[in-house]
Design a protein around this ligand. Sequence first.
Ligand code: ASP
Length: 453
Amino acid sequence: MKVVKFGGSSLADGPHFEKIIKIIMADSERQVVVTSAPGKRFANDDKVTDLLIEYANRVLQQQDVQSIQQQIWTRYQQIGTYFEVTNTKLNQLKQILIELPTKTYKNNSYLLAAFKAHGEILNAMLLTMVLQKLNINAHFASSGELGLVVSAAPQDAQILPVSYQNLTNYQLPKGRLIVPGFYGLTKQGQIATFSRGGSDITGAVLANGFHARVYENFTDVDAIYAANPAIVSNPRPIAKMTYRELRELSYAGFSVFHDEAILPAIAGQIPINVRNTNKPELAGTMIVPAKNFHADNVITGVATSDHFAALYLHRYLLNREVGFTLKLLHIFYKYHISYEHMPSGIDDLTVIFDKRQFTKGVREKMCQDIRLQLHPDSLEWIDDYAIIMVVGEGMRNKIGVMEKIIAPLAAQNIGVHMINQGASRISIMLGTKKKDAPAAVRQIYHNFFIAGD
Ligand code: ASP
């Protein structure tokens, strides 16, 4: 069997529902269908999830909610009436939407999570109604019915292992099972959502739990590309890649597939197929285990991301000082800061952070603590930092890759602050100034994919 997940833009309106129903019915293996909330229909449109967040905030601030309820409701109603689902049926959904503020929630964060999750819940219920209207055998199953148990982090939940046991014990009904993505229930029974874009995670968890042959993830792009099309014009689509290649590239900005969703697929060794709802005839990108994978190219992709900052510390004889790093990590721990990388030399150390976790105050206090406790000869905070990730299973046994990455950058006068090659040997990370990163990506892409080997 297959688990199929449709993203928000694939479920944004009636005509898209029509497309996805054709896709579901074209293959009898497509037994389990995971929905997102309706996404954008055009560039400036709202995602229903964002409207639900607005709805929750208005409730919390005790403001009038009628107009926002109506705005959300219209999105579902238009899809329902497109398929001539009766008003009596549709009103069941409206009732759920309207009654959301009257339910009890453990705290405001759980209230927000429950509102958000209803984007997918109502959409899965609606899809079930539409399929039934078309005389297709379909059943709705909530996360609760399937036993998807998650950690008690209302907006950023993690799936708990017991969920897989529950899925194994779940008897799949005949026909199609329609499941809302994006959330699970905590042990106390409260709704908690995954992080944004997290319906991908639900799909991967179900694919693992139901031992699917493949997890099909339908979205609005033809494939995953070797570089971001906003940076490189007409980048080549990737036909096949490994899980770890995707993880490394997602980390540095490839956003087609939620990076946390790769883990359940890896655990179950389920191939993931990213495909386009609007062009279902295309094969898309297959994401597979590394064993039996043959790399056709030296690199598979190059990505960049600029939400990083670096802390540079210099101190003579750092390499001989026992406990320096331990003290440094202790300071990060005190401020609840995680770090991404820590390349070091004999007299210096660079720590790279995801800078979204800092407020200015925290950053200054942390640097002050480092000065007082570690007495570095110099400390520099580099806010203008981007990382570039060059990824490819094909790099592993190839000599001269580094030169091929660096030479075109040098030729363009692009400075590289840091180079880090992981033990897996399938990725090389570079640190550059933010302004240089897009040009660096273009140079590297060009040198590997256009200039030839
Ligand atoms: N609807 C949620 C979001 O917009 C989850 C998802 O679409 O995957 O983040």
